[in-house]
Design a protein around this ligand. Structure first.
Ligand code: F6R
Length: 611
């Protein structure tokens, strides 16, 4: 959700900033802009559309310089046009600023600044920031102090970077509620919303805390708080991401690569965490809070989007394996509920990015009220990872396709491990635990088997991709999979799709069914099978076409439905984590047949850092 990258060093800034922006394009791609400086007047270019369009408009000869800031935008306030694209600039065109986040009190600030003579050229909330900094500089402050003073006036969230023509050796960055990370190179220094923007240059990083203002100089930096003059210390950490992990490696899209990574990402999620000799799992990240977890009574899972559907699956799992009363809430709605927390309450946040603003707000609220907060997060060093009391990393590697795939399976399997760990202190027997572990161990082989048959899904997508609407149905563990399948299809192919609990069909949605409205039914041979078959018959009786995701060897299903994709047999509890793979493939192929921008679907951003 908007990406920032800055460079200050000895190399030409332009190619490094463009490379960084391309890495961050998953965060937003409505428009982009760059400002580069080298003693002469700052050069600025903005463009609507993708980074490649910005790049095409820049003459590299004119944009020489070893310092610069850049931005890729996901519009919140104001349409994606050049005026609203970042960097924004001051009236004297000496200060340039990029911003990720939302300034909630921008209207009164704008009125005040306009009354003082400042001229605004955009509709954005961001522009007030650069004018505030300008006003403070006019009163004689240096850039760092001017930024501190400006940010004291601001309500809202921000990651910002500011360039000042009068202080050519300096870039000032600051953050509150939006991620910002400093990268420390050799006589060069970078900052970005995500380490992937600069990981090729350096793996030495400093994660800024909220309300930090950092002054970057070539090969040097210092950090103060927004409030005070005293310097603060932040640890230098080494990140573990290879530049190769950020490439497509022969796949047409990152999404397809990430679907295909799942045999490996499942292994990475469980590596060192299975103890078959005891029929249990080991999760080092939650060991420090295990006693409290064992005595917990209630678990609330909070998350958004695909992570929310993983949470819905998790609820069935925790209820099946533990004594915990479990509920799952959309993080964005969590604050409106009057949930009572005490020392027996646990809140589990699920997030690929670890930066989702709604999920972050939910865990802050839960912490304030005394709950134990745990996280299952992919991005190490992210805000949720740092704010949760304890947690488990997915180790899935960077997920770059905007549509989440591999992290759905990773976070789901980690919930199984968590529930197994807890359940073994409660009623779950050694043999039940062992059966789950064995099923987990077989998952990579099963997933690979389905990926080897992906052409079957391509054929099914060819047959149905022209349908304007789709229904996805499932029961119990597979109900969340139906929801996830529908979300995948709509977000990347723009085909309308709804996920429903199959039992709900006759309470309304069956009215939609006719020969042009196909249904994808997740119908493995588990305890829900007979009821699912009845639901499918009801659809067939109304001329609806049905594609089944069914258990290998189920010959009967062919007599009932129009098309089948078989999934390997495993425990009922693990089946949905296999069933989701063909649904990911179906969404992918349908979107590809429509010629969609699969890795960057319209209107979306990977990391939603605004509420
Ligand atoms: C859908 C998708 C989104 C995210 C949601 C939460 O494919 O990717 O729905 O799942 O924005 O993101 P995280 O997991 O980063 O908190």
């Amino acid at each position: 959700m908007c990406g920032i990258v800055t460079y200050l060093g000895k190399q030409q800034a332009l190619p490094l900033l463009l490379e960084g922006l391309k890495r961050l394009e998953y965060r937003g791609y409505d428009s982009a802009g760059i400002a580069v400086m080298d003693g002469q007047p700052v050069r600025l270019m903005k463009s609507v559309g993708k980074i490649s369009e910005l790049e095409a408009r820049i003459d590299p000869v004119k944009f020489n310089g070893t310092a610069g800031i850049a931005h890729t935008r996901w519009a919140t306030h104001g349409k994606p046009n050049e005026a609203n694209a970042h960097p924004h600039f001051s009236c004297d065109r000496k200060l340039f600023l990029v911003h990720n986040g939302i300034i909630e009190n921008y209207l009164p600030l704008r009125r005040e600044l306009e009354a003082a003579g400042h001229k605004f050229v955009s509709e954005t909330d961001t522009e007030v920031l650069v004018h505030l900094v300008e006003a403070n500089k006019k009163s004689g402050l240096d850039l760092t102090a001017a930024v501190q003073h400006a940010l004291r006036r601001v309500v809202g969230t921000f990651g910002i970077a500011v360039l000042d023509q009068d202080e050519p050796g300096v870039i000032v960055v600051a953050k509150r509620g939006s991620p910002l990370i400093i990268g420390i190179g050799n006589d060069e220094i970078l900052a970005a919303s995500d380490v992937s923007a600069f990981v090729r240059l350096t793996k030495q990083v400093v994660y800024l805390n909220d309300n930090d203002v950092a002054t970057l100089r070539r090969g040097d930096y210092s950090i103060v708080s927004i409030e005070g003059p005293a310097e603060v210390e932040r640890e230098v950490e080494t990140v573990d991401i290879s530049a190769e992990a950020l490439e497509k490696r022969g796949f047409k899209h990152f999404m397809l690569k990430e679907i295909h990574q799942q045999p490996d990402t499942v292994v990475n999620a469980v590596r060192g965490r299975l103890l078959p000799e005891e029929g249990v799992s080991r999760l080092g990240g939650i060991e420090p809070v295990l006693e409290r977890l064992k005595s917990a009574r209630r678990l609330s899972i909070v998350s958004c989007g695909t992570s929310f559907y993983a949470g819905q699956y998790g609820r069935y799992v925790f209820e099946a394996l533990t004594n915990l009363e479990t509920d799952v809430a959309l993080a964005s709605e969590f604050r409106y509920r009057s949930v009572r927390f005490d020392e027996k309450s646990v809140v589990l946040a699920l997030s690929q990015s670890g930066e989702t603003a709604d999920t972050l707000a939910a865990i802050r609220e839960a912490k304030r009220k005394g709950a134990l907060v745990l996280g299952i997060v992919n991005v190490v060093g992210s805000s949720i990872a740092r704010e949760a009391g304890a947690g488990v990393f997915m180790h899935a590697g960077p997920e770059i396709g905007v549509a989440s795939t591999k992290c759905f399976t990773s976070q789901s399997i980690i919930m199984v491990l968590m529930a197994l760990l807890l359940g073994r202190y409660q009623n779950l027997t050694f043999n039940e635990g062992l059966r789950i572990l064995r099923a987990i161990e077989e998952m990579p082989k099963h997933i690979q088997d389905m990926l080897d048959r992906q052409e079957q899904m391509l054929e099914i997508a060819r047959k149905y991709h022209k349908a304007k609407n789709f229904l996805f149905i499932g029961r119990k563990y597979n109900y969340p999979i139906a929801l996830e399948g529908a979300l995948k299809l709509k977000e990347i192919s723009y085909v309308h799709a709804e996920g429903y609990a199959a039992g709900e069909m006759k309470h309304g949605p069956i009215a939609l069914i006719d020969e042009s409205f196909p249904t994808m039914a997740v119908v493995p041979q588990d305890e829900t099978y007979d009821k699912m078959i009845s639901n499918i018959q009801e659809i067939k009786a109304r001329n609806g076409k049905v594609i089944a995701v069914a258990s290998e060897g189920d010959r009967e299903i062919r007599k009932v439905v129009d098309d089948v994709f078989y999934i390997p047999r495993t425990l009922d509890l693990i089946t949905p984590l296999l069933a989701v793979i063909p649904l990911q493939l179906f969404a992918y192929y349908t979107a590809d047949l429509h010629g969609r921008e699969i890795d960057k679907p319209r209107n979306l951003a990977k990391s939603v850092t605004v509420e």
